[in-house]
Write a protein that binds this ligand. Structure first.
Ligand code: AMP
Ligand code: MG
Length: 339
C-alpha cells in the first residue's frame, strides 16, 4: 500500500491508470475521504462494496468534475438541477436524478436514479479530470464505522485491502455531503450536510425534508434513501446522546459511577465535569463540530472508554447534519433530561 502526497504528473498518471484499469483508490474530498472506482465499470464498483463490506442496496454517489458531466449519467434533468449545481458545485451537495442507461445497477443499488456531485477538492477534481471518469466514491472506511477524515484513518481501515491512498490533508468539512432528491416535483432533502436547508430553499423555493433524517428506519415503505436504514458512523464504544441544558447534563454525568465512560462536550463546558472529556468544538460553530466529529469518535476508539455521553448539538443549520450523524452513532440511544 502506498500513500501518495504529491500529485505530480507522474503520480497522477499512476492513479489514473489504476482507476481506468478498474481498480480502487482512496481519495480526499472536502467532506470525507472516498474509496473511488469507475462508476460505469461494474467489476470496479463491486470492489468498493466488497472492500467496505457495504450492503449492496446502499447506492453510491458518482463524483464528476462539474455540470458538463451531468448529462452523461442522468436523463430528464430538470432546470433546478443546473441551478443547484451552478450555485453549490464544486461543493458538498449531492443531487439525485433519473439515471442514464450507461450507469450500471450495482452503482445505484438497483435504483433507477443516480446520485451526482462535484467535490470541491483540488486533488479529487484533478483525478476525475485526468481519468475523464465519473468516480463512485463512498467513504473510505469499513461500513458502519465513523467516516475517515484523514489519510491515516483510511490507512487504518483499508490499508491492507487497497494499493493507493491519496493524502490531501484533513478534510475541510469532515461530514458527508448534503443529499437532495430532484426526482419529484418538490425537491426533497435526504441527508443534511454543511449546505443547509435554507441555502437550498433559496434556490429551489420549496424543499421537503425526508423523515429518515431524524427517525430510526422502521420500514421499507417510508425509506427514500437506502443508506439511512443502516447502522452508521458508530465507534466501538457505546454512544449515548443527552438532550438537556448544561446544568442538567453536568448533574447527570457527575452522578455516574462507571469508570469506563467519558463525555463529549462543547468548548468551555469542561469546568465542573468530573469525567474524562473530549471537546467536539464550539457550541455555536457547527463547522468546527463537523470537522471534529468523526476524528473524535475514532480517537475514542483508541481508548479503553466503553461509553461516551454526548452533549446534544443545536438542531439548526449545519447542526442538523451533526445531530443526524450523532443519533446514528448513538444508534438512537437518546436521553431527554429536560422533559
Ligand atoms: P455515502 O456514499 O456513504 O456518503 O452514502 C451515499 C448516500 O447517498 C446514502 O445515504 C445513499 O442512500 C444516498 N444515495 C445515493 N444514491 C442514491 C439514490 N439514487 N437515491 C437515494 N439516495 C441515494
Ligand atoms: Mg459512508
Amino acid at each position: 500500500m502506498r500513500v501518495i502526497k504529491d500529485l505530480t504528473d507522474k503520480n497522477l498518471d499512476i492513479i489514473s491508470k489504476k482507476l481506468i484499469e478498474g481498480d480502487v483508490v482512496a481519495i480526499p474530498t472536502e467532506t470525507v475521504y472516498g474509496l473511488a472506482a469507475n462508476a460505469l465499470n461494474p467489476s470496479a464498483v463491486s470492489k468498493i462494496f466488497k472492500i467496505k463490506g457495504r450492503p449492496s442496496d446502499n447506492p453510491l454517489i458518482v463524483h464528476i468534475s462539474g455540470l458538463d458531466m451531468i448529462k452523461k449519467f442522468a436523463i430528464d434533468v430538470p432546470d433546478i438541477a443546473y441551478k443547484l449545481a451552478e450555485k453549490f458545485w464544486p461543493g458538498p451537495l449531492t443531487i439525485i436524478l433519473k439515471k442514464s442507461n450507461i450507469v450500471p445497477d450495482i452503482t445505484t443499488g438497483g435504483l433507477g436514479s443516480v446520485a451526482l456531485r462535484a467535490p470541491a477538492h483540488e486533488s479529487a477534481l484533478k483525478i476525475i479530470r485526468s481519468t475523464n471518469l465519473g468516480l463512485a466514491a463512498p467513504s473510505a472506511n469499513i461500513s458502519g464505522k465513523p467516516s475517515p477524515t484523514t489519510a491515516s484513518h483510511c490507512q487504518k481501515d483499508l490499508g491492507s485491502k487497497i494499493d493507493i491512498i491519496v493524502d490531501g490533508g484533513p478534510c475541510n468539512f469532515g461530514i458527508e455531503s448534503t443529499v437532495v432528491s430532484l426526482l419529484d416535483k418538490t425537491p426533497c432533502l435526504l441527508r443534511p450536510g454543511v449546505i443547509t436547508q435554507d441555502q437550498i430553499k433559496k434556490i429551489t423555493g420549496k424543499l421537503e425534508i425526508s423523515k429518515n433524517i431524524l427517525e430510526k428506519y422502521t420500514s421499507e415503505e417510508t425509506l427514500i434513501s437506502p443508506g439511512m436504514k443502516y447502522k452508521h458512523y458508530a465507534p466501538d464504544a457505546e454512544v449515548i446522546l443527552i438532550k438537556s441544558n448544561l446544568n442538567n447534563f453536568i448533574n447527570y454525568i457527575n452522578k455516574i459511577q462507571d469508570k469506563n465512560c467519558a463525555v463529549l462536550i462543547f468548548k468551555g463546558e469542561e469546568k465542573n465535569i468530573n469525567k474524562p472529556y473530549f471537546i467536539l468544538g464550539s457550541k455555536d460553530d457547527f463547522i468546527s463540530q463537523s470537522q471534529n466529529l468523526f476524528r473524535i469518535l475514532r480517537e475514542i476508539d483508541e481508548t479503553d472508554f466503553k461509553k461516551i455521553y454526548v452533549r446534544c448539538p443545536e438542531i439548526s443549520g449545519v447542526g442538523l447534519a451533526v445531530y443526524n450523524r450523532l443519533i446514528r452513532a448513538a444508534n438512537f440511544n437518546i436521553i431527554n433530561i429536560d422533559d
